[in-house]
Design a protein around this ligand. Structure first.
Ligand SMILES: Nc1ncnc2c1ncn2[C@@H]1O[C@H](CCC(=O)c2cccc(C(=O)O)c2)[C@@H](O)[C@H]1O
Ligand SMILES: [Zn+2]
Length: 353
């Protein structure tokens, strides 16, 4: 267990339970998952970048004054990914970090537009992520799938390019399962992206936009109505609208909750003010995720520990949360059953010990 991430309010044996618990992760960004070691390696390769090479200095660099500042810093790390080999290394190492946390399955959000517009060849980009995906599955047993997201602030050009890369059979990678919308929400209305989501959905992709992270509940309604969202990235502000909470619960539309991220980007003031408890009280299907873990000084195991504290969960409650993520995933029936059974077996053995 990473010692600095041990929450003193969560019993140590629960931390140990979480560390061994088989998990699925549904909301985690590709570049945002680069560990300090990967970032400093890439920064050393590309010394013209303003990103610090020293992992200690990175901790300060990853302190954000607000969401806009977070995106600025995020893009400086995106600038470090310059070659298909950088892409492959990043993807493979991210899977290694996941496997260490017993992540059996992850839907990784990738922004291909950010790489192709920086000059990486689209075919080489797809080959790099697919090569890493297959190697990670064979070597670590972690199954990766992709969500391609539009960086909404980059506008129509980004939307068009992302949709083309996600729907053209000659380019789209085998591991692609879903289509998203990320970046800042203020001034980036969801309905504007309806035509692109329509095309992606027609091509068989699932709709998983970010919504209600930094704007109010209307953005979540727009994501549901116009983008036909099957899950909501964050959805934090849904707590302000009881009708919306009831709708999410009734339709079983999961929220991809990322507690520490919301504090780091200042979307929520403190963890104790996080609305996760309101979500579960309203019967909404909550999944726990890490978003951009090294940038937010967290990892998925720590997010489960945070959830245990905020929701007052024991081992069985944590196992149920892990099963929520499996249920809300885009795995097929047998794939879901395999991880769910593994969670049950692990939990029974733990409770019997
Ligand atoms: N918590 C988050 N909430 C929302 N998004 C998040 C979160 N974490 C990470 N992201 C990622 O941030 C990126 C933003 C990239 C972006 O806005 C942009 C704008 C203009 C030009 C370019 C470019 O590349 O040239 C990029 C998205 O790709 C998204 O995947
Ligand atoms: Zn996100």
């Amino acid at each position: 267990m990473t010692e600095h991430l041990v929450d003193p309010d969560v019993p140590r044996d629960l931390h140990a339970f979480i560390a061994g618990l088989p998990k699925a992760e549904l909301h985690v960004h590709h570049v945002g998952s680069a560990s300090p070691r990967i970032v400093s390696e890439l920064a050393a390769r590309h010394p013209d970048s303003k990103v610090p090479t020293d992992p200690e200095a990175l901790v300060d660099y990853f302190q954000f004054t607000d969401f806009a500042h977070f995106i600025d810093v995020y893009l400086s790390v995106v600038d470090l990914i310059r070659t298909p080999e950088d892409v492959r290394l990043l993807t493979y190492e991210v899977a290694r970090d996941m496997a260490r946390q017993q992540v059996r399955y992850a839907e990784l959000t990738i922004t291909p537009f950010s790489s192709t517009r920086r000059g990486i060849d689209e075919g080489a980009f797809m080959a790099a992520i697919e090569d890493a995906r297959k190697a990670a599955e064979a070597e670590f047993g972690t199954v990766l799938r992709w969500c391609f997201d539009i960086p909404g602030e980059a506008g129509t050009e980004a939307a068009e390019e992302t949709t083309r890369l996600a729907t053209d059979d000659r380019v789209r990678p085998e591991g692609l399962v879903s289509f998203g919308l990320g970046g800042p929400e203020i001034g980036v209305s969801r309905p504007r992206f309806k035509p692109y989501f329509d095309r992606a959905i027609a091509a068989g992709l699932h709709s998983v936009p970010h919504a209600g992270e930094t704007t109010g509940p209307q953005t979540v309604w727009d994501a549901l109505t116009d983008l036909r969202a099957e899950r909501i990235g964050h959805g934090t502000s849904s707590a302000q609208d009881p009708k919306l909470l009831a709708h999410l619960a009734e339709r079983r539309i999961p929220l991809e909750v990322c507690p520490t991220s919301n504090i780091a980007t200042r979307a929520v003031r403190t963890l104790d003010e996080h609305p996760i408890k309101e979500f579960t009280r309203a019967g909404v299907l909550v999944t726990i995720n890490s978003d951009d873990p090294p940038m937010f000084g967290t990892d998925l195991n720590n997010e489960y520990a945070v959830a245990a504290r905020l929701l007052d969960l024991d081992a069985r409650g944590l196992a149920d949360l892990a099963k929520n993520a499996v249920e809300a995933s885009f795995l097929d029936g047998p794939g879901k059953a395999r991880i769910s059974d593994e969670i049950d077996t692990y939990t029974s053995a733990w409770l019997a010990s």
